[in-house]
Write a protein that binds this ligand. Structure first.
Ligand SMILES: [Zn+2]
Length: 185
């Protein structure tokens, strides 16, 4: 089962894990509603705004036992169901806003989205992009870092890279993929 947002900040090809090895808990940045308690013990975690639990909450459904499967089903239903599309759009908005915060703070060269983050973005690209742009500091807007699908896509976690919904990667592979994408457009 996969819930929420994980991440890795990679600097000069090396992941940064923090002083105790527990860094990268981006899903527990308090970007969410302080009235919501996260299973981690904190309140207002970003996780609670961007995964299947958020979509279920917006639709008035009980918290799903398997948020990933719930989210995948919601993404599949979204094009034909305006209520689901709206709920997905709200989650994509929170994904974009949170990402803007990370970009403002970390100034990455490139951001890659893994797990369900990329399908969520794709299902509600206008909301995602608007929220991302709106959350960026003005000086960053003319040349924001590219936000690209991770090479391993939604199965990235299964490949043991990181248990993640969202990676921040400055690896050689990531930059190569970015260059390829740029040259193909
Ligand atoms: Zn939390």
């Amino acid at each position: 089962m996969e819930v929420g947002v994980g991440g890795t900040l990679v600097l000069d090809g090396r992941p940064l894990h923090g002083a105790t090895g527990a860094g990268g808990e981006f899903g527990h940045l308090p970007f969410g509603d302080p009235g919501l308690r996260c299973p981690c013990g904190a309140s207002g975690c970003w996780d609670l705004e961007v995964d299947g639990r958020a979509i279920a909450r917006h639709l008035g459904d009980p918290p799903p036992r398997d948020p990933r499967t719930y989210a995948e089903q919601a993404l599949a239903r979204a094009p034909a169901d305006p209520a689901v599309r709206d709920a997905v759009g709200r989650a994509a908005t929170r994904l974009g806003r949170g990402l803007a915060g990370l970009i403002n703070a970390l100034d990455p060269a490139v951001v890659t989205l893994g797990g369900l983050a990329q399908p969520l973005r794709a299902a509600a690209e206008p909301e995602f992009s608007a929220a991302l742009a709106d959350g960026l500091m003005r000086f960053r807007r003319p040349a924001p870092p590219p936000v690209l699908p991770a090479a391993l896509g939604r199965d990235g976690a299964l490949h043991g890279a990181v248990v993640t919904g969202l990676d921040h990667v400055l690896t050689e592979d990531g930059l190569t993929a970015w260059a390829a994408l740029r040259s193909s457009t």
